[in-house]
Unconditional design. Structure first.
Length: 355
C-alpha cells in the first residue's frame, strides 16, 4: 500500500485523482483519519505489445494500491502527523505532498506558503516518532539483558543494530539512508519505522510557485502542478498536447512522470507471464530471485519450484514471438531458484504440483 500524506490542503486528493484517473475510491474512517483507497493499474506499453503476440484472452496489468490519508485537522498543530502515526506505519511506501501553490481562496494552515519549511517539518516529525520507537526498544532490550530473558549474544546483536538506528536518527538522518543487511531488515520487520519506508516527495507547484532547494536524504522528489495536470487529464490527448506546447509544459503527462518516479521509489522491476488465458505483468522488488517471483504468482509454484524459463521481453517482441527464432538465439534460458530476475523478463515457471 502506498500512503499519500501531507499537510491539510496540500493537494493530496488532487494527486490521488491524477493517479487514479478520478476514481472515487473506497472510504473508511479511523478516528479522526479518513482513508480513501483505490487500485491503479500501471500503464505498460511492453505488456500491450506482448499481449498482441500471445493472443491470450485477457491482459492483466500489475497494480498498486493508493491510499489518500487525510486527518481533517485545521490550524497550526504541534505534531500534524500525530493522528496518522499508526496508519502511516501500515504503509509500504509513502508519498509526501508538499504545497508550493498559492491560492487566495485556499488558506495554508500556517498562513504563508513555504514548501521547504513544510517538507522539513513533517520529515522531522517522522524522525521523532522513529527515535521514540527505537529508544523504547533499547530500554526493553536493556531490561531483557538484565533479566536474562533471551541469550545475551542475541540481545546484544539487536542492541548493536538499534544503537546504530539511534545514532542515525540523532544525526537527523532518516533510516532509509542506512545500508542494512537482509538479517537486519528481518529483525526490523515488526517495528513500524516510518523513515525506513521508501519516500517520494511531490511538490505541488503552480506557474510561479515557490520551489524546494533540497529534498530529504535518500528520497525521490518531483515538482508537478497537480491542479493544472488534473485539468489536462480531462481533455483529449490532442487538446492536452496543444495546451502543453502553448504553455511550455513538459510533453509527458504528469501522471506518467509520477508513476515512473513511484516505480523508482519502490525500487521494483516488472516481469511478465502468459498462457492462453492471460498475459500479465507483475512487480517484484529489485534483487529478488526466480523462486520469489514464483511465490508472487502462487505459493504452490514457489514450493514445488523446479526451474524458470526466461526470455527478455525485448527479444520476444523483436522476433514477434517466433519460437524457432527464439531457440536459435538461445531462448528461453533455463535458470534456477537463485536467479535474480531482471526487468523485462518473461518467466515460465516449471514446478511440481504437490498434495
Ligand atoms: N492553484 C492551485 N490550486 C490547487 C492545486 N492543487 C490543489 N489545489 C486546490 O487546493 C484545494 C485543496 O486541494 P486538495 O487536493 O483537496 O488538497 P488535500 O490535501 O486533499 O486537502 P485536505 O484533504 O482537505 O487536507 C482544492 O481547492 C484544489 O483545487 C494547485 O496545484 N494549484
Ligand atoms: Mg483531501
Amino acid at each position: 500500500m502506498i500512503g499519500i500524506f501531507g499537510l491539510p490542503k496540500s493537494g493530496k486528493t488532487t494527486l490521488f485523482q491524477v493517479l487514479t484517473l478520478g476514481q472515487k475510491g473506497a472510504v473508511s474512517q479511523e478516528g479522526p483519519v479518513t482513508l480513501t483507497t483505490a487500485v491503479v493499474p500501471l500503464p505498460d506499453p511492453r505488456l500491450e505489445a506482448l499481449h498482441q503476440l500471445t493472443g491470450s484472452r485477457r491482459v492483466v496489468p500489475a497494480t498498486v494500491t493508493l491510499v489518500d490519508i487525510a486527518a481533517g485537522l485545521g490550524g497550526r498543530q504541534e505534531r500534524p502527523l500525530g493522528p496518522l502515526r499508526n496508519v502511516l506505519g501500515r504503509m509500504d511506501v509513502l508519498i509526501h505532498v508538499v504545497r508550493a501553490f498559492s491560492h487566495p481562496q485556499v488558506p495554508h494552515p500556517f498562513g504563508e506558503v513555504n514548501p521547504q519549511r513544510d517538507m522539513e517539518l513533517l520529515e522531522q516529525e517522522l524522525l521523532l516518532y522513529d527515535l521514540d520507537t527505537v529508544e523504547r526498544r533499547l530500554e526493553r532490550l536493556q531490561e531483557e539483558w538484565q533479566k536474562g530473558a533471551r541469550p545475551k549474544d542475541v540481545i546484544e546483536k539487536e542492541q548493536t543494530l538499534f544503537r546504530r538506528l539511534q545514532e542515525t536518527l540523532q544525526a537527523e538522518q532518516p533510516l532509509r539512508t542506512l545500508d542494512l543487511s537482509p538479517d537486519d531488515r528481518r529483525l526490523l520487520q515488526g517495528f513500524t519505522l516510518l523513515t525506513l519506508k521508501p519516500l517520494l516527495v511531490v511538490v505541488n507547484t503552480d506557474e510561479e510557485g515557490a520551489r524546494v532547494d533540497r529534498f530529504p536524504s535518500a528520497a525521490y522528489g518531483v515538482e508537478v502542478p497537480l491542479a493544472l495536470e488534473w485539468e489536462l487529464e480531462q481533455l483529449s490527448p490532442e487538446e492536452a498536447a496543444t495546451f502543453r506546447e502553448a504553455y511550455s509544459l513538459p510533453p509527458q503527462p504528469a501522471r506518467e512522470r509520477l508513476l515512473q518516479a513511484l516505480r523508482q521509489t519502490m525500487d521494483v522491476i516488472t516481469f511478465y507471464t502468459f498462457n492462453e488465458k492471460e498475459t500479465r505483468s507483475w512487480l517484484l522488488p529489485r534483487g529478488h530471485t526466480a523462486v520469489q517471483a514464483a511465490g508472487r504468482i502462487h505459493s504452490d509454484m514457489a514450493r514445488g519450484f523446479i526451474r524458470a524459463e526466461v526470455t527478455p521481453v525485448e527479444v520476444f517482441l523483436e522476433v514477434k514471438g517466433n519460437r524457432t527464432e527464439l531457440r536459435a538465439r538461445g531462448f528461453p534460458r533455463l535458470e534456477g531458484r537463485e536467479y535474480v530476475v531482471q526487468d523485462g523478463d518473461i518467466l515460465q515457471i516449471r514446478f511440481q504440483r504437490r498434495g
